[in-house]
Design a protein around this ligand. Structure first.
Ligand code: PA5
Length: 444
């Protein structure tokens, strides 16, 4: 189960930082539990691990099995909240090198998360002759990046398998009844899965959005949901013993003490995309009205040889949150070397996990002494159950944090600005006046 160790923030925050926020946390807790706060039409994720659609869950497993039987590749099309969670969990639990591994499950290709034609072209090359299926994921159905990618792969699929065959291979995850993707899926007869109305993109990894691709890779989604349900029960109680309360209070206190950047660090490279997911979750939930911690991430020990310099001695703006897994799934020991040219024989026979742990502790002490407060999130071993718990923990703490900050953690009004400009510049009908003004600004 998740445990937060906040001992190493104590020199940087008032002693009573948690007690001092207890009333605000009680209020935030009630807003989340009773759906009575700002953005209350988007808190469906709070009870999702208990209330999820059990019939759809069975359909997800059946579809995953069908994809596994029919295809050696699955193209997962989506962006932002319709992308990062699935990739984060798959890389964390199955490896960032999942496609290169020997396995019984299909390769996975993530498309529609960029407008790079080279990236799209490369996926087609990588798929080559492999039989493939498609899971297109978009709550709105109108997001440009996945919509373009879907046009492309739909055409490819229909050319290879015919319209009838493609119908058996395309799965759409979208709104229950609205939106162009839903209409298209119904018209074409694709199997559809639902992004619930009351669950926003960045809180949707435990819906079909994340669960279908995750299940295709062979991850035990029952265990993932069970871990989330356990954490949900703990968070529902709240209080000073609740890890989400502890994390939210610590972040808030550090922000108030002048730390404006939170760096999420892990000592497992497989956690990289979970950190990307976390950045979206916190960045989009808190960064508004001129407020909010800036979420950044590093991969240790690799980044100790690059960003480590800044963290140790640059502007004193940040604190670190380190996600620590209990122990690796595979033990590797340091070999003995007769010549001992690197002088490392004193480590011969030692487990790499021991070396990694000393690096974690040594870095912690150095960074704290350098003025970087350190929070540790202990997760237990890297299992589906613990990953489910970690996801829910971060989501719940994020909801609490947004309310402590005084913002609506469930909207993202700022995301629209670039889209409007892009549509105007692309010549979308209805944006003509704006287009002329933007072209003049660009001097074109
Ligand atoms: O969190 C969010 O709401 C966004 O990141 C969306 O998930 C992202 O923009 C994709 O939206 P959609 O699923 O509608 O294509």
């Amino acid at each position: 189960m998740i445990q937060v160790n906040a001992n190493n923030i104590l020199p940087f925050v008032p002693e009573d930082y948690l007690a001092g926020r207890a009333a605000a946390l009680e209020q935030a807790q009630a807003w989340l539990q009773d759906a009575t706060g700002a953005g209350n039409d988007f808190v469906g994720w709070v009870h999702l691990p208990r209330d999820y659609d059990k019939a759809e869950f069975v359909r997800i497993k059946t579809a995953a099995k069908k994809i596994q039987d029919q295809s050696s590749a699955l193209v997962v099309i989506g962006i932002g909240g319709s992308y990062l969670g699935a990739r984060g969990v798959i890389e964390a639990l199955c490896s960032p090198n999942y496609n290169q591994k020997k396995k019984d499950t299909p390769n996975l290709y993530f498309a529609g998360n960029t407008l790079s034609s080279d990236a799209l072209h490369e996926i087609v090359e990588l798929i080559g002759d492999q039989d493939f299926s498609i899971n297109v994921i978009s709550k709105s159905g109108t997001t440009t990046e996945p919509a373009i990618a879907f046009r492309f792969f739909k055409e490819l699929c229909e050319k290879k398998y015919g319209k009838e065959g493609a119908r058996e291979r395309i799965y759409a995850t979208t709104d229950k009844q609205r939106g162009v993707l839903k209409s298209l899926a119904d018209a074409e007869g694709y199997e559809t899965f639902v992004v619930p109305d009351d669950v926003g993109g960045r809180y949707s990894v435990l819906t079909a959005v994340g669960l279908l691709p995750i299940a295709v890779c062979g991850v035990d989604i029952d265990a993932l949901m069970a871990g989330a349900a356990d954490m949900m029960a703990l968070c529902a109680k709240g209080g000073a013993d609740c890890p989400a309360w502890q994390y939210a209070a610590a972040r808030s206190a550090l922000y108030d003490s002048g730390k404006k950047i939170e760096i999420l660090a892990a000592y497992e490279p497989s956690f990289r995309f979970m950190a990307e997911w976390w950045k979206q979750l916190y960045g989009e939930s808190e960064g508004k009205e001129g407020k909010g911690l800036f979420p950044a991430s590093v991969e240790f020990t690799a980044d100790l040889h690059s960003m480590g310099q800044y963290i140790q001695q640059g502007e004193r703006l940040m604190f670190e949150t380190v996600v620590r897994f209990e122990k690796p799934l595979h033990a590797v020991t340091v070999p003995f070397d007769e010549a001992d040219g690197d002088g490392l024989n004193f480590l011969a026979g030692r487990d790499m996990a021991f070396v990694n742990e000393q690096a974690m502790d040594g870095t912690l002490l150095a960074h704290v002494e350098g003025g970087v407060p350190n929070l540790i999130v202990h997760t237990g071993p890297n299992t589906a159950e613990n990953m489910g718990a970690l996801i829910y923990f971060f989501e719940y703490a994020c909801g609490l944090s947004g309310y402590l900050l005084g913002v609506n953690p469930f909207n993202q009004p700022g995301v629209e600005s670039y889209k409007k400009n892009m549509f105007a510049l692309l010549g979308k009908p209805g944006y003509e006046d704006m287009r002329d003004a933007l072209l003049a600004k660009l001097g074109k």
